[in-house]
Write a protein that binds this ligand. Structure first.
Ligand SMILES: NC(=O)c1ccc[n+]([C@@H]2O[C@H](COP(=O)([O-])OP(=O)(O)OC[C@H]3O[C@@H](n4cnc5c(N)ncnc54)[C@H](OP(=O)(O)O)[C@@H]3O)[C@@H](O)[C@H]2O)c1
Length: 315
């Protein structure tokens, strides 16, 4: 049995040895995979080029399992693998800490307005209105996480990692997912509760996967339900927000601001209205990008694959 692992990150391959599986590196950006590896059974993917994945789909007939190290392996799915024959597993869990930290950073940036201070600094101006005596926790502005009502839409692994930090800073955290219930001590609601939840939200954190069911789910109608001071933070996938509706809401002052790490089109096109919309923080898909402890997941799934047991993180 042969496993191809990517050279686009540093993997401790020694930790994958001892499974009677031949381990071979491959270049994820090369348009072709060398002929001597066309007999591969397992492919680990990370930042592969679209051509490389399409080539793998067409030329690796023995392939039975793809372990993506991305939490949302839209690239693998777009390459058109026959998922009835090839099991695809995600890297969900490998990005929890990095994306949670980034989301926390964006929330603090929004509340403490570091982005605006920097704008003034670049003009050599003192942003006096942001310093000195300030009202404590005004109801009509998002200025702190203490007592802030934070709604996390997409309450999976990343959200579970983020929630304790928010709670520690005094936020009141609620979640939205496909099924309701209490998860890690946080009340999680189904989407049909959004009309009740959104009007009582100071910060909406989106951590949804990119899929048909999440396309443009934050639309004009739902944006209108948010209080005027509410911030939107997105570290999931850009496709979950109707960007035109978001810019309309920002320009009309219907919401407080938006801190976005992901966009409908990346890189964000030069002509996008988001660049100039008020109170927008553009982060260049920088939240994740560095899978942590990938060897643990590969090893765990490899053991199960060889034993014909169901794998973790199947799509
Ligand atoms: N910005 C970055 O650099 C970066 C890095 C890593 C990941 N991401 C993105 O973050 C996403 C989430 O990652 P994760 O590891 O937390 O994934 P996860 O553990 O699979 O969690 C996804 C959550 O979204 C919910 N969900 C899925 N479809 C939904 C829908 N139609 N309506 C409402 N909720 C829905 C799921 O609900 P249930 O639990 O009820 O099924 C689950 O709670 C990834 O898919 C990826 O696109 C971004």
């Amino acid at each position: 049995m042969k496993l191809l692992y990517p050279t686009s990150l540093i993997l401790d391959v020694a930790r994958l040895e001892g499974f009677s599986v031949e381990l071979q590196p491959y270049d994820v950006k090369a348009p072709e995979i060398p002929a001597e590896h066309h007999d591969a059974d397992i492919l680990i993917t990370w930042t592969n080029s679209p051509d490389n994945l399409k080539y793998a789909r067409a030329n690796l007939p023995n392939l039975r399992w793809i372990q993506s190290l991305a939490a949302g392996p839209n690239d693998v799915l777009s390459a058109g693998f026959d998922t009835s024959r090839v099991v695809v597993t995600t890297g969900s869990g490998l990005h929890d800490r990095t994306v949670a930290e980034h989301a926390l950073g964006l929330l603090l940036n929004a509340a403490r307005r570091f982005y605006e201070m920097r704008d003034f600094q670049l003009q050599g101006k003192w942003p006096g209105h942001l310093g000195g005596p300030q009202p404590d926790r005004p109801k009509d502005r998002f200025t702190t996480l203490r007592d802030a009502r934070v709604l996390v839409w997409g309450f999976g692994n990343i959200a579970k990692c983020l929630a304790p930090s928010l709670t520690l800073l005094g936020a009141e955290v609620r979640g939205v997912a496909r099924s309701p219930g209490v998860r890690d001590g946080i009340q999680v609601y189904a989407e049909d509760s959004l009309p009740k939840l959104l009007p009582h939200t100071d910060a909406l954190v989106m951590i949804l996967p990119g899929s048909e069911s999440t396309k443009n789910v934050l639309n004009a109608e739902r944006l209108r339900l948010l209080p005027k001071h509410a911030w939107v933070v997105n570290v999931g996938r850009g496709t979950s927000i109707d960007e035109d509706a978001l810019v309309d809401a920002l320009e009309a002052g219907e919401i407080g601001g938006a801190a976005l790490d992901v966009f409908q089109t990346e890189p964000l096109p030069e002509g996008s209205r988001l660049w100039k919309a008020p109170n927008v923080i553009v982060s260049p898909h920088a939240a994740g990008g560095r899978p942590q402890d990938a060897e643990d997941l590969i090893q765990y799934n490899l053991r199960r694959f060889l034993a014909n047991q169901p794998l973790k993180n199947i799509i």
